[in-house]
Design a protein around this ligand. Structure first.
Ligand SMILES: Nc1nc2c(ncn2[C@@H]2O[C@H](COP(=O)(O)OP(=O)(O)OP(=O)(O)O)[C@@H](O)[C@H]2O)c(=O)[nH]1
Ligand SMILES: [Mg+2]
Length: 343
């Protein structure tokens, strides 16, 4: 009897100490990411998936635990038409609903494709409004493709604003992603971006919220993510002989953001996943390989999970936090300057 009571007590404490997680996809891209995770991956254990958009038609086809139509009055369910100011206003209009839906969360992800109206404008307003909750706020954003050059300036302004409201913003440059994924048609390239962001959010979260090969401790995650600015991510996948070495090398070589100096990054988050056959030895090997390539004082946090859908593959994710991006240092495009002078 005593043993049973004790076990219940321990389980109750474990449940209470487990962080609550909310993932908010904002705008078309953000909602597609959330929907991909919900539909293809059966959601994220321990996390609530929220889709928020100004576009009612798009929201209607999205799978999520909760869907929020932003700014009914401002946008009339028709999107923000590429204007971030409209996205901002729409988010302000609906902010109480968003707050209600994420209440009690300890980790909040805000996922969005920068460059449009809703995601670019609304994500910052949302992050700012949720700040008093003291949750760890992690933005996960993509930068526009080169063919969308006209969206660069608003993406850049959006990133600067979002960075100020988040602990860390993980930035994925779609152009780098396209290079890594090979020459894909736009729609497929967007699909790859959705997969990547979805895997990132799911992988990290479940390594915290569910029993894993090596769990990531929430306090450790906070230590490398809290008030760290920008983060870059690299992903590598491999199978067969030396699969760990290959996956680690790819993840390190193919950072999906142009960063100024990777050796200056503050911290590193390493996430290893593999099919049922992955061994603790392989995981340790991956961790050691990455740690060796980093400056001695870099803080390293790592976790590992079995993902049966991976079969014989090993996947390694490396997130460098506290990096500087060349994207933010670039001059605005000429058209941007011209428009600004005219205003
Ligand atoms: N990852 C991903 N990125 C996308 C997707 N669709 C568009 N994007 C990228 O995200 C940027 C913003 O596009 P949307 O998300 O459609 O824009 P929005 O936030 O809905 O803004 P409005 O439609 O103007 O209200 C685009 O410039 C693309 O670079 C998608 O399905 N997945
Ligand atoms: Mg849209």
């Amino acid at each position: 009897m005593d043993e049973m009571l004790e076990r219940e007590k321990i389980e109750a404490i474990v449940r209470a100490s487990r962080p609550q997680v909310a993932v908010i996809g904002v705008g078309g891209a953000g909602c597609n990411i959330v929907s991909w995770v919900k539909e293809k991956k059966g959601g994220v254990a321990g996390a609530k998936l929220i889709a928020a958009n100004t576009d009612a038609n798009h929201l209607n086809i999205i799978k999520a635990d909760r869907r929020i139509l932003l700014g009914e009055k401002t946008c009339k369910g028709m999107g923000a038409g590429g204007y971030p100011e409209r996205g901002e206003q729409a988010a302000r209009e609906s902010i109480e609903q968003v707050k209600k839906d994420v209440k009690g969360s300890n980790i909040i992800y805000v996922a969005t494709g920068l460059g449009g109206g809703t995601g670019t404008g609304a994500s910052t307003v949302i992050a700012q409004a949720l700040k008093p909750s003291r949750a760890l706020m992690i933005g996960v954003v993509t930068l526009p493709f080169a063919v969308e050059r006209f969206r660069y300036n608003s993406a850049k302004e959006g990133l600067v604003k979002l960075k100020a409201e988040c602990d860390t913003v993980v930035v994925i440059d779609n152009n780098r992603l396209a290079k890594v994924a090979g020459d894909l048609p736009l729609k497929e390239a967007l699909g790859v971006a959705n997969t990547l962001v979805g895997e990132f959010v799911k992988g990290i979260t479940e390594t915290i919220t569910t029993a894993s090969l090596i769990n990531i401790d929430f306090a450790d995650l906070r230590a490398i993510m809290e008030k760290r600015g920008l983060a870059a991510i690299g992903v590598g996948e491999s199978e067969g002989a030396n699969r760990v070495q290959h996956a680690v090398q790819t993840a390190l070589d193919a950072q999906l953001l142009d960063i100024k100096d990777s050796t200056k990054s503050f911290g590193v988050l390493i996430h290893v996943s593999g099919g049922d056959d992955i061994t603790l030895d392989e995981v340790t090997q991956a961790g050691e390989m990455i740690t060796r390539s980093l400056p001695k004082d870099a803080r390293v946090v790592w976790g590992a999970r079995v993902d049966p859908t991976l079969g014989g593959k090993v996947r390694v994710m490396v997130v460098l936090t506290g990096v500087e991006s060349t994207f933010l240092a670039e001059q605005p495009t000429r058209l941007g300057k011209f428009l600004r002078v005219k205003q």
